[in-house]
Design a protein around this ligand. Structure first.
Ligand code: NAD
Length: 332
């Protein structure tokens, strides 16, 4: 079967190794520009991207005029792909949503503890010869509010319970059963829930409804000295409003893995980066060896299974990944 895959963002080497063993041709064009993509994409059955490559309607239309049948988003968020156009042109889009769940959840825990104890700032001061014995906060017994109780939100909740935190969760869908089964209290009024939360962790997708969801209005609902964590998408938070909340003491500290502009570009984002109580990481939620390995394996699995390619080597690699995800309560 003559299947051609175009990869435009960096993937774990196991993807290339396995594809070769399955007899699939993979061409890598890292950093391809939009014009290059428009020219190249009709020659491929599958386009594999991560978050860097923007796949707009024109690219999909160009692909459809040629061989393009499938777009694989090797990762979670689909906000860089024009899903409506893909539907219109009947190009299937798949992602690997569970591959990085554990890695992001672990980063959230890291940011929560780092924010509560000002680890990054105190380390920076110590390196510069200032031995500041600043007093921080414990997480034990505190209330965590998870906003967006999906895959990552649920994993964060389960791990926070192990730290002795009380966990509440808010979502726009019915989470009563999934929350209760994890010993989490579902809440239905976000502003009300923010009034009682010590730590808030955001795990919603970026949509028209969630753009700047956290703006002045919601920060005002928070009780003073809240720890605020965002590892979802930067544009879910209005950076200027977060800065004001920090200055007014509503937010005690913030841990941000994502910003609306990456790297930070606006004055507010630059101020957040320099703020002693803000920890910014450069969108590394899914950047672990384990997550990237799973992303690569699940991307290849999506391709072989969708295109009906029989490859025992790939199936052999997929099984342990799926077993591990099931152990974490996640779908393969
Ligand atoms: P998911 O789809 O499993 O969960 C998202 C949840 O948010 C769903 O339950 C959905 O109903 C809920 N939701 C949607 N709109 C909402 C709203 N307005 N208010 C409250 N809840 C709402 O997604 P996930 O895999 O848990 O990922 C969560 C977020 O993490 C996404 O934004 C994703 O892009 C991001 N992410 C970031 C990284 C990183 O590197 N930092 C890596 C992976 C995922």
């Amino acid at each position: 079967m003559d299947v051609r895959i175009l990869v435009t963002d960096h993937l774990h080497k196991v993807f290339h190794e396995l594809a070769k063993r399955c007899g699939i041709r993979v061409d890598e064009r890292l950093g391809a520009t939009r014009d290059e993509l428009l020219r190249l994409v009709p020659g491929y059955d599958v386009l594999v991207v991560r978050s860097r490559t923007r796949v707009d309607g024109e690219i999909i239309a160009a692909g459809r005029k040629g061989r393009l049948r499938l777009i694989v988003r090797a990762g979670v968020g689909l906000d860089n792909i024009d899903l409506e156009a893909a539907k219109r042109y009947e190009v299937e889009v798949v992602n690997t949503p569970t591959a990085s769940t554990q890695s992001v959840a672990e980063l959230v825990l890291g940011l929560m503890i780092a924010a509560a104890r000002s680890i990054a700032w105190l380390n920076y001061r110590a390196r510069n010869g200032v031995w500041l014995k600043e007093r921080g906060l414990e997480l034990y017994g505190k209330t965590l509010l998870v906003v967006g109780f999906g895959r990552i939100g649920r994993r964060v909740a389960a791990m926070a319970k192990a730290l002795g935190m009380r966990v509440k969760a808010y979502d726009v869908i019915d989470i009563e059963r999934s929350a209760r089964s994890l010993g989490v209290e579902p809440v239905y009024d976000l502003c009300e829930a923010l009034r009682s939360a010590d730590v808030v962790s955001v795990h919603v997708p970026l949509t028209k409804q969630t753009y700047h969801l956290f703006s002045d209005k919601l920060f005002e609902c928070m009780k003073p000295r809240t720890i605020f964590i965002n590892t979802s998408r930067g544009a879910v938070v209005d950076a200027e409003a977060l800065l004001r909340a920090l200055e007014e003491g509503k937010v005690y500290a913030a841990g941000l893995d994502v910003l609306e502009h990456e790297p930070p570009a606006t004055p507010a984002e630059k101020k957040l980066l320099e703020h002693p109580r803000v920890i910014v990481t450069p969108h590394i939620g899914a950047s672990t060896e384990e997550a990237q390995y799973r992303v690569a394996i699940l991307s290849l699995a999506a391709i072989t299974r969708r295109l009906g390619i029989c490859c025992p080597e790939a199936e052999e690699a997929i099984k342990p990944v799926c077993d591990q995800l099931e152990e974490m309560g996640l779908n393969c």
